[in-house]
Design a binder for this molecule. Structure first.
Ligand code: SF4
Length: 341
């Protein structure tokens, strides 16, 4: 079914609802699809008239962000449908409520932009990566590049990703595992955060092929990378002067890194400085404002928080890798992107 430019397997969802005899379903949608939730509800109700559909209105940026079992049980939800992201196999999520992931596969054509990208890629060996929306188009991407005389590598990735060639904003293992074999990478998708992480994780040239704008981007990414590196250097300089650190620990099931946070606390303690563990679900500037005595926050949450959203915060917010640099345990030359496994 073409749902506003995405192929979403609603037949599978309907069959699952009927099979499980579900009465109340909780649907999580990515931000871009929430505006169509009325169409989605109509679709479900037409097929299963007795079902109650509850839409999660909180922001949902990834499969890491599943609601807690107790909350759903309290609402008498008997089925959770998560749309727009693929399962994170390594994530520990225990729930008595049935769960179905439905990917939203882009129906946007990719041939024109990938053909354009093939002409600027530095080969001959190219690593191809993309997001969940374009995973089904990887064979097509591979064909186009091969027709242009390039050799294509698709990395397996670790257990954080659900398919070969998939990258998340917090995981570039499908790219780093083929690093020694490739001359450069092609990222098919929109936005700059994934290709930025890809570039910082692999330190190899990255070309973006954006199917929605049909633009092939190289120079702008380098400019963004330079700007981000300067920002990060500034944040680390501030972090060096901090005496009180707040370590942010995520409550979202796929962002919980408590053991990592404890190790960070120990490292800070060893330097004679103070640190506090702070749990958080949806982070916001308002939350950080309530701890005025904290000079620097170390985020073990989604890496986007410290790197992509930093302009929202007046406080110093750094990743654990950046803390290592601030504490003198890692050199700036070996800066790497924070990833979750
Ligand atoms: S941690 Fe961030 S990048 Fe990773 S899956 Fe969650 S929202 Fe996406």
């Amino acid at each position: 079914l073409n749902f506003n430019g995405y192929d979403i397997d609603f037949e599978r969802a309907i069959a699952f609802i009927k099979k499980k005899n579900a009465h109340t379903i909780f649907v999580q949608l990515p931000e871009g699809l929430k505006q169509y939730m009325n169409q989605l509800e109509d679709l479900f109700i037409q097929q299963v008239p007795d079902v109650h559909v509850v839409i999660g209105a909180d922001p949902c940026y990834g499969a890491c962000d599943l609601p807690c079992d107790d909350e759903l049980s309290a609402l008498d939800v008997d089925l959770l449908i998560h749309i727009g992201h693929t399962i994170i196999p390594s994530m520990k999520y225990k729930s008595s409520i049935d769960l179905l992931f439905l990917n939203a596969s882009s129906l946007h054509p990719i041939d024109p932009v990938v053909t354009k990208a093939a002409r600027v890629l530095k080969g001959p060996a190219i690593g191809v990566v993309t997001t969940a929306q374009h995973l089904h188009q990887i064979p097509q991407i591979k064909n186009i590049l091969e027709e242009n005389g390039l050799t294509v590598f698709i990395g397996e990735g670790d257990k954080r990703v659900s398919a070969q060639g998939q990258v998340l904003g917090c995981n570039f293992s499908a790219a780093t595992c083929i690093r020694s074999k490739v001359d450069s990478y092609l990222y098919v998708g929109s936005g700059f955060f994934h290709p930025l992480g890809l570039s910082l994780s692999t330190q190899k040239p990255v070309v973006i092929a954006d199917p929605y704008t049909e633009k092939v981007i190289t120079k702008e990414l380098e400019e963004i990378k330079d700007r981000v590196i300067r920002q990060r250097y500034g944040a680390i300089t501030q972090a060096k002067m901090a005496e009180n650190y707040g370590i942010l620990v995520g409550l979202k099931p796929g962002q919980q890194r408590m053991n990592y946070a404890l190790k960070i606390k120990q490292k800070i303690q060893e330097t004679g400085k103070n640190s506090y563990l702070l749990t958080v679900d949806h982070i916001s500037p308002l939350i950080l404002d309530t701890f005025p005595f904290i000079d620097c926050f170390v985020s073990t949450l989604c890496p986007r928080v410290a790197i992509d959203d930093h302009l929202q915060y007046k406080q110093t917010l750094i990743t654990p890798v950046e803390l290592d640099i601030a504490l003198g345990k890692r050199s700036w030359d070996t800066y790497i992107f924070d990833e979750i496994q």
